[in-house]
Design a protein around this ligand. Structure first.
Ligand code: ZN
Ligand code: ZN
Length: 180
């Protein structure tokens, strides 16, 4: 949903209140959610206000995504949530194009917009990306897969925990067979 600067009143625009709840579930449609395989906002709030030519966006969201665990490769549900406060300055991209912006708060994110308005989907997508953990793990203590047979260690011990493989190449062969 694109919101023009001219649509934002002096006192600010509460997007959910002015556009109804229907704007939330579809907001991430059509975006590539990598490294998630799917992602959907479950709740969101957004207030936009304008100061000079700068746009202030503050809000929060909760989202649910699907991802493969970095350790055991099982698909699991990722719950994300974040509160944000972003200042958007007119311009294309990169700090070189940045104008002299006085930051009111240290923790304020800074971004860019096209000078005419803001695509709400992009804004939320950026926030989802920022909320993603560095490592996607199905659980903090995921035990991963056995480097020898490829078995998911969360499901129990495999037979290799004691024995060492005779030839390291067998590991690759076993993994390859697993994938097929
Ligand atoms: Zn895992
Ligand atoms: Zn094993």
């Amino acid at each position: 949903m694109y919101i023009k600067i001219s649509e934002i009143p002096r006192e600010g625009l509460d997007v959910a209140a002015s556009r109804g709840k229907a704007w939330i579930p579809r907001v991430l449609e059509g975006m590539d959610p990598y490294p998630l395989s799917a992602c959907r906002l479950t709740s969101a709030s957004l207030v936009l206000s304008v100061e000079g030519r700068n746009l202030f966006a503050s809000g929060s969201f909760t989202a649910r995504g699907e991802a493969c665990c970095d350790r055991c490769t099982e698909v699991f549900t990722v719950a994300l949530d974040r509160e944000f406060s972003t200042i958007l300055v007119p311009g294309d991209k990169g700090p070189s194009g940045a104008t002299n912006v006085e930051l009111h708060e240290d923790d304020l994110d800074i971004g860019f917009y096209d000078g005419a308005g803001i695509e709400v989907t992009d804004l939320f997508w950026e926030q989802v990306a920022l909320a993603l953990p560095v490592k996607l793990l199905c659980s903090e203590d995921c035990r991963g897969v056995c480097p020898m047979c490829g078995a998911n260690r969360n499901r129990g011990e495999c037979a290799c925990s004691e024995a060492q493989p005779d030839r390291p190449f067998d590991i690759l062969m076993n993994l390859k067979k697993k994938k097929e």
